[in-house]
Design a protein around this ligand. Structure first.
Ligand SMILES: [Zn+2]
Length: 287
């Protein structure tokens, strides 16, 4: 028996980090500790426990199985106020799951679910929001963008004094522009769609995109499971401005190095240089 050590991959994005594990059918979870968010929960790695917001994309076990453990373990460790943003149609079944879990374990761990639909937003903290958008995978499935919201004084008011600005504000004049800076977009599982039309996805600094299948004879599997095949990627990534494009959810049927070879032939050089595989050994740090 071969024992494979379990470690999260880590990617530095400057002022925040992405750490995760993602293999199709096995587990998908991506933690952004500085942003206080976990995209999907997979089997709930230890690193997810201290993070207060779970953003769940859909109900397949490889993405959601760790949910009761997340709330139960936080309760055990005395960590309060965990919130899961969930596709609206999963709100009720997930509540039922938690109460069934309570009958199994003896009590229901504290938990909060926020049901979301396409376009809904939830404040993660002051100046940071999660925006849900619909994906093409299963009924009600969602992706999420994390958007920083900054307020900047309107340029035409730059020469006003502090007291003048206070006076304008009192009069109900809007003195600031609202600026959105998308940080991360996570598509979850999805078939091809025109995501580049969504500014919060197109302009996110980091785009996490699944590409489950790479080999020509896996195209049928991709279509049947509503997943991306490498042949879909060139069109999917057209118009994307992301600084980093991180491929997740690759099948075990194709190793990362074989997938990388196929990808090199599929994408143009200027796209390719921004693309990396989450599960690449280069992102798994030394002990
Ligand atoms: Zn799925």
């Amino acid at each position: 028996m071969k024992i494979r050590p379990y470690k999260l991959s880590q990617l530095a994005m400057g002022d925040f980090m992405l750490a995760g594990y993602s293999v199709a059918g096995e587990e998908s979870v991506v933690v952004a500790p500085e942003l206080d968010v976990v995209f999907d929960i997979g089997r709930c790695p230890r690193e997810a426990l201290a993070v207060n917001h779970l953003l769940l994309t859909h109900g397949h076990a490889d993405h959601v199985a760790g949910l009761p453990y997340y709330f139960a373990q936080r309760d055990f460790q005395g960590i309060a106020n965990g919130t899961a943003l969930v596709p609206a149609r999963l709100d009720r079944p997930l509540r039922e799951l938690m109460s069934a879990w309570g009958r199994v374990e003896g009590h229901v761990p504290p938990h909060t679910f926020v049901p979301l639909r396409d376009g809904d937003e939830h404040a993660i903290r002051r100046g940071l929001l999660a925006r849900a958008f619909k994906t093409r995978h299963c009924a009600g499935s969602l992706g999420y963008a994390l958007v920083e919201v900054r307020r900047k004084l309107k340029p035409e008011l730059a020469d006003r004094t502090g007291p003048q600005l206070v006076e304008l504000k009192k009069q109900g004049v809007e003195i600031e522009n609202r600026i959105e800076v998308p940080l991360v977009a996570y598509l979850g599982d999805t078939a091809a769609s025109n995501y580049a039309d969504l500014p919060h996805v197109r302009d996110a600094r980091a785009l996490l995109v699944e590409c489950t299948f790479f080999e020509p004879d896996h195209l049928d599997r991709a279509r049947a499971g509503r997943h991306l095949h490498v042949v879909d990627l060139p069109a999917m990534l057209e118009g994307m401005n992301n600084e980093r494009i991180i491929i997740i959810h690759v099948t075990r049927r194709t190793g990362v190095s074989a997938a990388r070879k196929i990808l090199r032939k599929a994408l143009a050089a200027d796209t390719l240089e921004r693309v990396t595989f989450l599960m690449s050994s280069r992102h798994v740090g030394p002990e």
